[in-house]
Design a protein around this ligand. Structure first.
Ligand code: SF4
Length: 548
């Protein structure tokens, strides 16, 4: 965008420090914290000038958006704490179909300014999907919408798909999506209203938005990332009004972050600012456990108490934002604590959204209700749980560790045996547990991305395809472990087991099986040959397939 100056890199940080008048101690401290963060420094100069104009505590709170604050780290975070990568479509990394009705279209990997607490830090830092030609992305996206008619809305996200793109290109992005017969709503996720509000005051863009929003059953909506009341500058308010006059509904979805907006006073002001600017307060989202900036985290009971206290001072209209904790498995509303938020022993969670099959671990479905609107009442330890992973781990539910690995509780009657600490043996045991529990996600993590499975029933197929087909054909599996055979060559081993397989049509098949594994240099399975006598089971299997 012409006229927009972005401060980035060490020279940009020096300029920023001058504009916001960091003291020498502040500058040294913040520079050291930036080194530990994985998010590069990047701030529009106009945003720096807004910060410089503010009194305390707003100045420090706004600084904390673009520079990591000091603070103790009580846990180790991870990359991708919302499961963006795991839920991507295999061939099209920029598409995510995590929730039934919604397609997330990851348009760009860059932002106009970088928020240090952003859960997409690794994508913004390392991804290259935005280098793909937009026309090609659009073609693939439209084909996906046509072949998945259950999708009725698209969330265009990034990075920031709006702030940098010129109007012609933005219209080229939006129009085919909103014109698709299945699509009712296109959501544009942006922090541009805070970082570069003047971008939205563009006659051609506003005229286009007005025209679309007059089409029956069609709507463009803006999901605004406004984290602090001081971001509602005169320019931001003017851009918000211009969008609203073009019929655009704007929704506020701030992350609640320690040192930025977690105080009761700031939460009150922020929620009031939404209503004053006719923005629908939508979600208040808990900081996710982002690697490198864990000091932004707050215990869930603490956030709940502050949000609840803020709502005690707000009218019904102002307190509509739902307090949500987002996780790979979905979005969970934090409904309350028992016996009280001050003495929390149980946390009451409600599934707001839940990810689709085949992503959801079976061990989660087996242990807790998993439909949207279902409640869970789980054990909680005051002041110790900063995210859903901590709650699920304490309750022996599947969770992700700080390396991003899914950790599943052992299923009832789990496979036992002589466990030696050898990688092939451990992987084979994990493989058999995943086969028994039917967990697609755990299974796929054991394989390299190009792994091949040679099956006497399904043929030679990619592991993703094989296990999604196998688990789809399966009601339940029982594995009785017999032997593991290792070889002098550590990249080869075999597992011998009895498989009691209940097909999805209720047919039951039992057989002994030997799986021969070949591992790559990282210990992932790259080739699997499955050996068993198919003669006794072919007729049941074919009968099931014919009914499909
Ligand atoms: S603008 Fe949005 S995507 Fe970009 S860094 Fe901030 S929160 Fe993350």
């Amino acid at each position: 965008m012409s006229g927009l100056k972005i401060l980035r890199g060490s020279a940009g940080f020096d300029d920023f420090a001058k504009i916001v008048r960091l003291t020498p101690v502040e500058k040294t401290t913040r520079a050291a914290l930036l080194q530990r963060s994985f998010m590069p420094f990047q701030v529009p100069e106009s945003y720096a000038r807004t910060i410089a104009s503010l009194p305390e505590p707003s100045r420090t709170q706004m600084l904390n958006i673009v520079l990591p604050p000091e603070g103790e780290r009580f846990f180790t975070g991870r990359f991708d704490p919302y499961g963006n990568k795991l839920c991507r479509q295999e061939d099209h990394a920029f598409l995510q179909h995590k929730y039934e009705n919604t397609l997330l279209f990851h348009v760009d990997d860059f932002c106009i300014g970088n928020c240090q607490f952003c859960f997409k830090v690794n994508e913004i830092r390392t991804e290259i999907t935005s280098n793909l030609d937009l026309n090609r992305k659009m073609r693939i996206t439209l084909e996906y919408l046509t072949t998945n008619p259950g999708i009725n809305n698209v969330l265009a996200t990034g990075g920031d798909p709006v702030a940098f793109r010129n109007t012609r290109d933005l219209i080229k992005l939006i129009d085919p999506l909103i014109s698709h017969p299945n699509i009712r709503v296109v959501r544009l996720a942006t922090k541009g209203l805070a970082y570069a509000p003047e971008r939205f005051e563009d006659g051609e863009l506003l005229q286009y938005l007005k025209e679309v929003n007059r089409r029956p059953g069609k709507q463009i909506t803006v999901i605004a990332q406004m984290n602090h009341p001081a971001e509602f500058t005169e320019s931001a308010k003017s851009a918000i009004r211009a969008l609203q006059e073009a019929g655009v509904q704007i929704r506020g979805q701030p992350a609640i972050v320690k040192g930025v907006n977690d105080s009761v006073e700031t939460l009150i002001e922020l929620q009031r600012a939404f209503v004053d600017n006719q923005i629908v307060s939508y979600y208040l989202t808990v900081f996710m456990p982002v690697k490198g900036v864990e000091q932004y985290g707050l215990p869930l009971d603490c956030i709940f108490r502050n949000v609840a206290e803020s709502k005690r001072h707000l009218s019904g209209l102002e307190k509509k934002g739902i307090l949500l904790a987002s996780h790979d498995f979905g979005k969970l509303e934090i409904c309350g604590f028992y016996p009280s938020p001050e003495r929390p022993e149980k946390i009451i969670l409600k599934w707001h959204q839940i990810e689709m099959e085949p992503y959801l671990p079976k061990s989660l479905k087996d242990r807790v209700p998993t439909r949207p609107e279902d409640l869970m009442i789980l054990d909680y330890r005051k002041g110790e749980m900063y995210c859903i992973d901590h709650v699920f781990k304490a309750n022996k539910l599947p969770y992700f560790d700080s390396a991003g690995n899914l950790v599943e509780p052992e299923p009832e009657g789990h496979i036992s045996g002589n466990t030696q600490n050898m990688q092939p043996e451990r992987t084979i045991r994990q493989y058999l547990n995943a086969l028994e529990s039917g967990s697609y996600r755990t299974m796929i993590q054991l394989f390299s991305s190009d792994a091949i499975v040679h099956s006497p029933l399904y043929g030679d197929v990619n592991a993703n395809e094989y296990y999604s087909g196998l688990f789809n054909d399966t009601t339940s599996s029982k594995i009785s472990f017999l032997n593991i055979f290792t070889s002098q060559n550590p990249s080869r081993a075999a597992g011998h087991f009895r498989y009691d397989w209940t097909l999805k049509n209720g047919g039951k098949i039992s057989f002994q099986c030997v799986d021969v594994f070949q591992f790559d240099e990282t210990g992932k399975i790259k080739d699997l040959t499955i050996i068993y006598d198919t003669a006794p089971i072919r007729s049941s299997f074919q009968e099931m397939k014919q009914r499909d």
